[in-house]
Design a binder for this molecule. Sequence first.
Ligand SMILES: [Zn+2]
Length: 289
Amino acid sequence: MPELPEVEVIRRGLAARLVGRRFLKVSASDKPLRQQSPLSFLQSRLAGNRLTAVKRKGKYLLFILEDGSTLLVHLGMTGRLMVGEPGALATLPHVHLRVSLDNGLELVFQDVRRFGRVLLFEPGVPIAPLAQVGRDPFSRAVTAAWLAGEARGRLRPLKNFLLDGRILAGLGNIYACEILFAAGLHPETPAGRLSLKDWERVLKETRRILAKAIRRGGTTVNDYLNSQGETGLFQFELMVYGRAGEPCRVCGTPIRRLVQAGRSTFFCPACQKLKRRGRQNITTKTPRH
Ligand SMILES: [Zn+2]
């Protein structure tokens, strides 16, 4: 599943190739995506409309059109957006939407599992799905103090806190594992037990790792490809993700795997400390004796 860096790499690739282009014709397969605006609506709003910007919020891509409409795209589990010559894309399987461009190229949405979302919002219509999206890790509104405030009093494991897209948008399983390793924090540490200094480290590592992954073109572990059909390279720099049983690259201790909220967590039991005590007050039920 693409996470923030992969979506950002796709955004940059699409922006470079599509901004200023006019959309012409839209066609769709007979199998709709999980959430998809009706084809007639897409066709009526997109045809002849020029793209002015491609933005991102969390893992959502926003195609901003010159009439003020927004085409909102979420890649879901296996969605891919690609731009190319219609001939080269004609035989691609699992293509659900095709949009022809005024320069003869085509933008296609390919999605094997069809969990993707393509929704068009007319000018002035609130983009409801974005209301659930938390703050972007690169936003200035994200500070160590804000994170500490969000985590205050929470016993929820730190890993699950990082994965909660309503707080920090766009972090998935791979990067959450890598960030916690880099910050030296055990994934089961209750989020409310971190000090402000810990949150400063978590935020610094979050931004460092995401920025590095974007520079490497993202991480390809399953089937992520950028808008030109290329894989990312960050998978060669993963410290813990997918490495259960292999030696820690820092201390040699075998990397362990545990399951948290149904997802695999990879961590080094020696490098990542479990903080049992914290300065912040945590409300817990006191056993009665
Ligand atoms: Zn280690």
